[in-house]
Ligand binder design. Structure first.
Ligand code: SR1
Ligand code: MG
Length: 390
């Protein structure tokens, strides 16, 4: 992959995106290409470029200098594109089969050119259609176990790890999470969005000092616990899947944070999908348990094979780290479930439930369970998620 700096930032158009991929030699100058802007996320432009004759295709992703979901009044650093491209490369070094290949990055244009994964489906969309992706938890557990161990102080020299912490310093995007995940949903703040019928439930949450204390403690860990390189936004919309493949995309929120954060977000989004279903919930609960089991086994195997920390010979250290990681993940799952129900960026799993009554009931249950998870981080084992819905 090559990285360059061009003259000046400007948003690409479908025409200039085609010019760029030709200039990079990714397509011949004479090829007839079609480009379509397909970005449906909250922050970026995404161009799908294809030669309809050969079917060869590519993705050009460009960060905008503001949050697309809100508009130019919410400026955002373009450096997130470089963080995303570096994180994809880093993840690709450990689990190449689980991320898209990156072909090119331009820091000034905030552009990354990468593998087109459109033969796969965004897993949130597939799960909403009733898919269950039999390998997704095996793959995500392995992805998270590898990244967590290999970018931590247990694998890197402390000096090298500190350089990585600086490289992945991502204040603007972390601030979005600090506000939208940990703070705003717990206070009466304008960015929150919820149905009128939920107001009594939401006010009960806002008045619950014990729940708010747990959210505050988890936020503080997120702010201060630089344990490992995390994806930072690992919901099911950041994962492409099929029955055989899984690919993690969009790590623009990546930074050095707590071991349990990505796990908690992934588990929460599986749970929200289960909550939205009337039948066939079992595969989602099995995925929650399996994600943790695969994470734990992967992390443990790497701990025994590659640990550079002399104290690591004491198995109790490993046990404590794993226990704390799961408990934090339960708390982070609680925050994620609450923010996706009443905060700024909702999930289609709940919002698209067609019956109004069922939607409100599901959201009410989400709030109740989110609060329960925050208050019982020490008591909820992976296979207990299933029982929370009974
Ligand atoms: C303003 S960005 C809102 C949300 O979209 C992203 O995917 C993150 O989840 C963020 O919290
Ligand atoms: Mg995203």
């Amino acid at each position: 992959m090559s990285t360059t700096k061009t003259e000046k930032y400007h948003p690409l158009t479908e025409i200039s995106a085609i010019k760029l991929v030709k200039k990079l030699g990714l397509f011949d100058a004479t090829e007839a290409l079609t480009a379509r802007e397909i970005g449906d996320g909250n922050l970026n432009l995404v161009f799908h470029i294809i030669n309809d004759q050969t079917n060869k295709s590519i993705i050009v992703k460009q960060a905008l200098p503001y949050a697309k979901v809100v508009g130019e009044s919410w400026p955002l650093s373009l450096n997130r594109a470089t963080i995303e491209s570096n994180a994809l490369k880093q993840f690709g070094a450990f689990t190449p089969e689980l991320v898209p290949a990156v072909y090119y990055h331009d820091e000034t244009l905030a552009v990354t050119v990468m593998e087109d994964l459109s033969h796969l489906t965004i897993s949130r969309a597939g799960l909403i259609q009733g898919e269950s992706y039999p390998l997704i938890s095996q793959h995500i557990g392995s992805f998270l176990g590898h990244i967590a161990f290999k970018t931590s102080d247990f694998a890197l020299k402390p000096q090298d790890k500190k350089e990585e912490v600086v490289k992945y310093s991502n204040p603007d995007l972390c601030n979005i999470t600090e506000d939208l995940v940990f703070t705003d949903p717990f206070f009466d703040i304008d960015t929150n969005e919820f149905e009128k019928a939920l107001r009594p439930d939401v006010e009960e949450l806002w008045n619950d000092g014990d729940v708010k204390l747990q959210a505050a403690k988890l936020k503080y860990k997120f702010l201060t616990n630089a344990q490992t390189l995390i994806h930072g936004d690992l919901h099911t919309g950041s994962i492409f899947a099929s029955s055989q493949e899984t690919k993690v995309i969009d790590p623009e929120f990546a930074f050095y944070g707590p071991f349990g954060f990505d796990l908690g977000q992934f588990v929460a989004n599986l749970f929200l999908n289960a909550l939205s279903r009337e039948t066939n919930r079992e595969p989602l609960f099995a995925h929650i348990t399996n994600t943790w089991n695969v994470f734990k086994d992967t992390f443990t195997a790497l701990w025994h094979a590659e640990n550079t920390e002399p104290f690591a010979k004491d198995e109790r250290l490993l046990h404590e780290i794993l226990t704390q990681t799961w408990q934090d993940a339960v708390g982070y799952a609680g925050c994620e479930i609450i923010r996706r129900t009443i905060g700024l960026a909702h999930v289609a799993d709940l919002d698209e439930i067609s019956s109004e009554e069922r939607k409100i009931n599901a959201k009410r249950t989400a709030l109740k369970i989110g609060r329960y998870l925050l208050l019982h981080q020490q008591d909820v084992s992976p296979n207990e998620f299933e029982h929370l819905l009974r």
